[in-house]
Design a protein around this ligand. Structure first.
Ligand code: ADP
Length: 291
C-alpha cells in the first residue's frame, strides 16, 4: 500500500479570520483510491482541498500547523510549479477555469502543456488522446466561451487530465450541471480512477458518491469527524447527527427499518434495495400477481 496524501494534526487559520477553520485534521489516502469529502457548508471542505493542493501555504498565508505530505514529500518542500504537475485541481465553477487567452478548445486544453515547454508533437498527441477520452473531439474548434456549462466543465477536466497529475482534487464539479452533464463528469472521474489516479472529490450528490467513491471523509465545523469506507460511514448511527443527506435509497431503507421492516444490510445503491429487504426471492409469478 502506497500512501499518496498524508495529513498529520493539520490546523489552519486564514490570515483575516479569528478561528481555526481546520482543527487537528489527520488522515491518509492511499494511491489509486477515490475519496469523497462531505459536510455542510462552511465545514472546511474547500479549505481542506486547498491544503492538499498546496494553495495553503503557498498562496494563502495564515497559520498552518501540523504536516501535509504528498507523495512522500512535505508540502513545504514543493515549489508551486511542481505541485501543479503532481496535483490537478478542478474548480466548482467551470466558467472561471477557462483561461480566457485561447480561442478554441484544442488550444485551451494544450495551454498547460505549452507553459511547461512540452514539445509540440507531444502536445498534439496528448491533447488528441484527452479530447477523445473526455468525448469532446467535436468541440475542438469551438470557442470555450461559446460552450454550455457541462461542456466547459469537461474542457476544464480535460485541461487538467492532459497534464497527467497523480492526484486529482475536484471541488463540486457538478453543482451547476444537469443530470446528464453530471453523469458525464462522473464517467470521466471513473475513467481516471481506472487509470490509477488518486481522486479527492467534494460533492453533495450522495447517490453518486455511494456509486463511485471508496472512502468518505466527513467534515464538521473544521474537524474531521468520520473517516472510512463509504458503506461503513453511512451505516454508522453517528452519521445522522451531522445532518448530511444520505443516499436516497439509504434514507428510504432506514425509514422502512424504523417502521419495523428488517434489513439484511444497509443499501447505499439503488440496485441493492430489494436484496436488503430480502425481496430478491420474489418470482416472476408474484410480481405479475402484484400488478
Ligand atoms: P466548505 O467548503 O465546507 O463550505 P470552506 O472551506 O469554504 O468550507 O470554509 C470554511 C470556513 O473558512 C468558513 O467559515 C469560511 O467562511 C472560512 N473561509 C473560507 N475561505 C476563506 C478566506 N479566503 N478567508 C477567510 N475565511 C475563509
Amino acid at each position: 500500500m502506497t500512501v499518496m496524501i498524508d495529513l498529520k494534526n493539520v490546523s489552519y487559520r486564514y490570515p483575516v479570520s479569528d478561528d481555526f477553520v481546520l482543527k487537528n485534521v489527520s488522515f491518509s489516502i492511499e494511491k489509486g483510491k477515490f475519496t469523497a469529502i462531505i459536510g455542510n457548508n462552511g465545514s472546511g471542505k474547500t479549505t481542506l482541498c486547498n491544503t492538499i493542493r498546496g494553495f495553503i501555504p503557498h498562496f494563502y498565508k495564515g497559520d498552518l500547523e501540523g504536516e501535509v505530505i504528498v507523495d512522500k514529500k512535505r508540502m513545504s518542500d514543493y515549489q508551486l510549479g511542481q505541485l501543479g504537475e503532481k496535483v490537478g485541481y478542478v474548480f466548482q465553477n467551470p466558467f472561471i477555469q477557462v483561461s480566457g487567452v485561447k480561442d478554441n478548445v484544442f488550444e485551451e486544453v494544450a495551454y498547460g502543456l505549452e507553459n511547461l515547454g512540452v514539445p509540440v508533437e507531444e502536445i498534439k498527441k496528448r491533447v488528441e488522446e484527452v479530447l477523445t477520452l473526455v468525448k469532446i473531439e467535436h468541440l475542438r474548434d469551438k470557442n470555450p466561451f461559446d460552450l454550455s456549462g457541462g461542456q466547459r466543465q469537461r474542457v476544464a477536466l480535460a485541461s487538467i487530465i492532459v497534464m497527467d497529475p497523480d492526484i486529482l482534487v475536484i471541488d463540486e464539479p457538478t453543482s451547476q450541471l444537469d443530470p446528464i452533464g453530471t453523469e458525464q463528469i462522473f464517467d470521466i472521474i471513473r475513467l481516471m480512477k481506472e487509470r490509477g489516479k488518486t481522486i479527492v472529490l467534494v460533492e453533495h450528490k450522495m447517490d453518486l458518491i455511494a456509486e463511485y467513491a471508496d472512502n468518505l471523509l466527513v467534515m464538521h465545523e473544521g474537524e474531521l469527524v468520520m473517516n472510512g469506507p463509504v458503506r461503513e460511514v453511512f451505516a454508522n448511527p453517528a452519521f445522522r447527527k451531522y445532518e448530511i443527506q444520505y443516499p436516497h435509497v439509504t434514507e428510504i431503507a432506514l425509514q422502512l427499518q424504523n417502521l419495523g421492516m428488517p434489513l439484511s444490510f444497509l443499501p447505499v445503491r439503488d440496485i441493492e434495495l430489494a436484496e436488503a429487504l430480502n425481496m430478491t426471492g420474489v418470482n416472476e409469478y408474484d410480481r405479475t400477481s402484484l400488478k
